[in-house]
Design a protein around this ligand. Structure first.
Ligand SMILES: [Zn+2]
Length: 301
């Protein structure tokens, strides 16, 4: 197949770090707008095809390699329940390790604020919320889903206004909880490790240095309680683009003993990427479609 020839060539020049989020066969309706979801059967066929040309390792092993070309690793961000309930058997069948980057606040009762955004969208409440919200200045002509994660808009403020709005609509208690929120539900499994994705998944660069240190430190404290489970020393930057973090973020993670940052720019990885003074690993999100799911063969396309 011609497309797999691309993969073979890619393995000669690059490493491949996959980033998945949801792994539902049947997506919950409140997530239906804008969640990156790849059903487990499709994840399986993607892993099988990539595995013909790349050697699977876990992300920390890949990140420590001076020359990671021809190696691949799998990461999941946000800790959606479907990772364990639906995708884990696929990884067991293939013997492939993966790392799940968690947001500690979800284990303290918080609901993922991006899922609140998706809920407002799926209910058709966007305009109503926009006339209700205070202290948020939306840029003209940008879609709600996009501008609410803009580094120029304080994520904390958006989250607080979403809570105030959902309380006003009387849906605040009883919001759907799609992410794992109990440590007991994080399997102790030889193929699974866990990492830090920020405490609330706020845009780090929208926070001051002290709040960034809290966001890293509080989820670091949670990871320290995961007895018997392996922990990654890479920090998965919420939203994962260069503008979503800054020098304060990398100072904070370096001080906390992290190796570097994981990005989400849909690129293949090559050794030696440094951003804001630390090592960085590029990841890409396989598309939820069976034909063409890998990025262009150029590392920095
Ligand atoms: Zn995330």
């Amino acid at each position: 197949m011609e497309a797999d020839e691309d993969l073979r060539r890619l393995a000669e020049t690059s490493a491949l770090v996959l980033l998945y989020h949801g792994a539902w066969t049947s997506l919950p309706s409140s997530l239906a707008r804008d969640l990156h979801n790849v059903p487990p059967a499709l994840i399986r066929s993607q892993l099988e095809r990539i595995g013909r040309y790349f050697r699977w390792v876990d992300i920390d092993t890949l990140g420590a390699m001076p020359d990671p070309r021809g190696h691949a690793a799998v990461t999941f961000d946000d800790g959606y329940r479907s990772v364990f309930e639906e995708a884990l058997p696929v990884f067991e069948a293939l013997g492939i390790p993966f790392t799940v980057y968690l947001n500690g606040a979800f284990f303290e009762g918080a609901v993922f604020w991006r899922d609140k955004v998706r809920l407002v969208q799926s209910m058709g409440w966007v305009e109503d919320f926009e006339s209700f919200m205070e202290g948020i200045d939306p840029p003209a002509s940008r879609r709600f889903y996009r501008y609410t994660k803009d580094p120029g808009i304080a994520s904390e403020r958006v989250d607080a206004e979403l809570d105030r709005y959902l309380a006003h609509r009387r849906v605040a208690p009883g919001l759907p909880r799609h992410c794992v929120d109990d440590i007991a539900d994080l399997p102790r499994h030889e193929l699974v490790s866990y990492g830090n994705h920020g405490h609330h998944h706020y845009v780090m660069s929208s926070l001051d240095r002290a709040r960034q240190a809290e966001e890293v430190g509080r989820t670091d404290d949670l990871l320290a309680t995961l007895d018997g489970r392996r922990v990654s020393r890479w920090f998965s930057v919420p939203f994962g683009d260069v503008g979503d973090f800054d020098r304060a973020t990398t100072d904070v993670i370096a001080a906390a003993g992290y190796r570097g940052v994981l990005l989400s720019r849909s690129r293949v990885h090559v050794a030696g990427i440094r951003i804001h003074g630390v090592d960085a690993i590029e990841r890409f999100m396989p598309a939820p479609r069976p034909d063409r799911f890998w990025p262009a063969a150029t590392p920095h396309a």
